[in-house]
Design a protein around this ligand. Structure first.
Ligand SMILES: [Mg+2]
Length: 313
């Protein structure tokens, strides 16, 4: 099976000047001579946790496996360069899949390849195994910093404005499969503005924001009426069994994969006024010297906010 997949990939992977040695040898070699620091991230997605294989199109699962990694590179303001893709596939007769593992691998790659091409990311290699357990996909992504300072979580300053890209909440309906990793937006922002801190929202706005605050030793006041709530958050809250308001979905739903950014008031104003990104960007709060998360509503009522979101086991 693995041999077959290597043959398929050798035929179908686009060539790249970045890849000196690709699939087929013991390890890959990437040309890094024209680049500065190497930024590396790795994310694994697993059946029953990040998707339900029985209910989902494997192409979308493959796409998601790559997109979550690109989102992490975007959150560092790194230019994606290459990835290593490792698949752990359920065997044909396991209770976790009825698809032939080779066929499943091909379908996963049909989601991975177009996104890789879209962001000019080379697939440098990987590994494929079968077992009697559920599907897991691990991707390790390599990105490059080009003479810039990476966006770290620990650099938000009291007084900075908090900005967010896109709209939030309800990603379980479809966005967790279809989201745009904010790579182009991050690279464009990095080129034009000074950003103190960035992070991609993977576990929920309030929870991820609390992580920035902890790393930067600051607090935050969230302007809750300014939070851009997605249509899906509104739809989700209309469902019978749903107990949350659209705002609560926007505050705590995971897998939005939007960027949270901190910038000085001057830079934040320039960013909002320039309005030249391919997605909306909204000012949703202020970082403060006083620690803790607070919400400020339309009547300027200030109340303590408990960070909530997806907590990893
Ligand atoms: Mg992240």
């Amino acid at each position: 099976m693995e041999r077959q997949l290597i043959d398929y990939l050798t035929k179908h992977l686009p060539s790249s000047d970045d890849l000196l040695v690709g699939i087929g040898d013991d390890a890959a070699i990437l040309d890094w001579r024209t680049r500065d620091d190497l930024v590396v991230t790795s994310d694994m997605i697993t059946d029953q946790i990040d998707f339900i294989l029985a209910d989902a199109d494997p192409k979308l699962i493959g796409r998601k496996a790559l997109a979550v990694n690109l989102s992490d590179l975007a959150a560092m303001a790194a230019q994606p360069v290459g990835v290593i893709v490792s698949l752990l596939l359920p065997s044909t007769h396991s209770k976790f899949s009825s698809i032939d593992p080779y066929e499943l691998a091909l379908q996963l790659y049909q989601g991975i390849l177009p996104l890789a091409q879209q962001y000019d990311v080379v697939i440098a290699g990987g590994d494929t195994n079968c077992w009697n357990g559920p599907l897991a996909i691990n991707i390790t992504a390599f990105g490059a910093m080009q003479g810039n300072i990476p966006w770290l979580r620990c650099n938000a300053q009291a007084g900075d404005h908090l900005l967010v890209t896109g709209t939030l909440g309800g990603s379980i309906l479809k966005k967790h499969f279809e989201f745009t990793p904010r790579v182009n937006e991050a690279l464009s922002l990095r080129q034009q503005f000074n950003i103190s801190t960035a992070m991609d929202i993977s576990d929920g706005l309030s929870l991820d924001l609390s992580r920035i605050c902890r790393a930067s030793k600051v607090g935050v006041e969230l302007l809750v009426d300014q939070i851009p709530i997605s249509v899906d958050a509104q739809q989700l809250s209309l469902q019978d069994k749903d107990q949350l308001s659209p705002l609560e979905h926007a505050l705590q739903d995971g897998e939005d994969f939007e960027l949270l950014l901190a910038a000085s008031p001057t830079e934040a104003t320039r960013i909002i006024e320039s309005n030249n990104l391919s997605c909306p960007i909204t000012h949703i709060g202020y970082f403060t010297k006083e620690l803790g998360l607070y919400s400020i509503d339309t009547e300027s009522q200030r109340s303590k906010l408990v960070p909530q979101g997806f907590v990893h086991q």
